[in-house]
Ligand binder design. Structure first.
Ligand SMILES: C[S@@+](CC[C@H](N)C(=O)[O-])C[C@H]1O[C@@H](n2cnc3c(N)ncnc32)[C@H](O)[C@@H]1O
Length: 187
C-alpha cells in the first residue's frame, strides 16, 4: 500500500520547491509518504495526517522518530471527511494549506476535493494519488482487471474528469508511481 520510492523522492523535492510549510495528508498507512513530506518541511513545518488506522501509523513511527521529524506531525485517527467538514466550518482554516496529499479511499476523492479546494491556499497544490489506477483508466472497460481495480476504476475516472473540468485549478498528471495528479489552486 505504500507509495513507490520514486514518488517519495518526487514529493520530497516538490515540497522543497514550493517552500511548503503547512501541509495535510489523507491516508498515512505506515507513513512512507508522510516521512518523505516531514523530511522536506522546515523545522517548524506542520503535517495534519489522517488515517482510520493508528496501528499502521505506529508501526512506522519509530523510523519517523529516528529521522527526527515526528514533531512536525499531528496524527488524527478516524475518517478524514468529518475532520474536513469541521475545518470548512471554521474560516480560520480556509486557504491555509500549502500542500495536501490524498492517498486514501478512492471512492471519496471527489468528496475530498469539494472541501480541500477551500482549504488549500491560492497557488497551493493538492496531489491526488493513484490517478492512473493500475493503468485501468486507459484500458477498455472489458479488459481483464482485478476485482478491486475494477471496483474503484469508475471513481478514479470520475475524479479525473472532474479535475480536468474544474476552472478553479490547473492540473498536471504525472506517471510517477501509480499516477499522481497535481492540482494548483488558481482562485
Ligand atoms: C494507500 S494507503 C496510504 C499509503 C501512504 N500514503 C504511503 O505512501 O505509504 C491508504 C490509507 O488510507 C487509509 N484510509 C482509508 N479510508 C480512509 C478514510 N476514510 N479516512 C482516512 N484514511 C483512510 C487506509 O487506512 C490506508 O492506510
Amino acid at each position: 500500500m505504500t507509495s513507490s520510492a520514486d514518488e517519495g523522492q518526487f514529493l520530497n523535492m516538490l515540497l522543497k520547491l514550493i517552500n511548503a510549510k503547512n501541509t495535510m495528508e489523507i491516508g498515512v498507512y505506515t507513513g512512507y509518504s508522510l516521512l518523505a513530506t516531514a523530511l522536506a518541511l522546515p523545522e517548524d513545518g506542520k503535517i495534519l495526517a489522517m488515517d482510520i488506522n493508528r496501528d499502521n501509523y505506529e508501526l512506522g513511527l519509530p523510523i519517523i522518530e529516528k529521522a527526527g521529524v515526528a514533531h512536525k506531525i499531528d496524527f488524527k485517527e478516524g475518517p478524514a471527511l468529518p475532520v474536513l467538514d469541521q475545518m470548512i466550518e471554521d474560516a480560520k482554516y480556509h486557504g491555509t494549506f500549502d500542500f495536501i496529499f490524498v492517498d486514501a479511499d478512492k471512492d471519496n476523492y471527489i468528496n475530498y476535493h469539494k472541501r480541500l479546494i477551500d482549504l488549500v491556499k491560492v497557488g497551493g497544490v493538492i496531489g491526488y494519488d493513484n490517478t492512473l489506477w493500475n493503468g485501468s483508466v486507459v484500458a477498455p472497460p472489458d479488459a481483464p482487471m482485478r476485482k478491486y481495480v475494477r471496483y474503484y476504476r469508475d471513481f478514479v475516472l470520475e475524479l479525473n474528469k472532474a479535475l480536468a473540468a474544474d476552472p478553479r485549478i490547473e492540473i498536471c498528471m504525472l506517471p510517477v508511481g501509480d499516477g499522481i495528479t497535481l492540482c494548483r489552486r488558481l482562485s
